[in-house]
Design a protein around this ligand. Structure first.
Ligand SMILES: [Zn+2]
Ligand SMILES: [Zn+2]
Ligand SMILES: [Zn+2]
Length: 163
């Protein structure tokens, strides 16, 4: 199978489902909103800031303004289509939700190169059961970010220097 076309098809399908979510809440997927959603879907593994999204959307829709992109990102956050993330550098980043996962994926933040890798598998099952049982707490979601040195940087740096 042609990877590129199956990836394009996957994006179209997700876009269709996001259009339905918006419509069910009486919002239209305007061309500008669509361009913003496409950028998020095409860069799903990245954690883009509003400015990053804006620069990429501008390539598709040159007339778009930062304020429009920003409002769209806020709307998508309200509709829980994206999550706002902060990895400690003071920049708000937008992470599109995985459709099939019940809870938010985990993040590995490299303190040397700044890359953010994702763990899509929910590793917290046992922890969640324990929290629910011992604290009587119903878990709806969670954020888990590990800070350390990534596999790309491991041989280049001394982790002690980053403690
Ligand atoms: Zn993520
Ligand atoms: Zn979980
Ligand atoms: Zn690294």
């Amino acid at each position: 199978m042609n990877m590129r076309s199956s990836e394009a098809q996957r994006i179209e399908e997700r876009l269709g489902r996001i259009r339905q979510i918006l419509q069910s809440r009486n919002y239209k997927l305007t061309p500008q909103r669509e361009a913003t959603v496409r950028v998020l879907l095409e860069n799903e593994e990245d954690h883009l800031s509003a400015e990053d999204v804006y620069l990429l959307v501008k390539e598709k829709a040159p007339e778009i303004g930062l304020a429009t992109v920003y409002r769209t990102l806020e709307l998508l956050t309200d509709l829980k289509i994206v999550h706002k993330m902060n990895f400690g550098d003071g920049v708000t980043r937008y992470d599109i939700r995985s459709e099939d996962a019940e809870h938010h994926h985990h993040h590995l933040v490299c303190l040397h190169c700044g890359k953010v890798d994702e763990i899509m598998e929910d590793l917290l099952g046992e922890v969640e059961k324990r929290v629910e049982r011992e604290w009587g707490f119903t878990i709806l979601d969670h954020r888990l970010t590990f800070h350390g040195i990534c596999h790309r940087c491991r041989d280049k740096v001394n982790p002690e220097d980053y403690k």
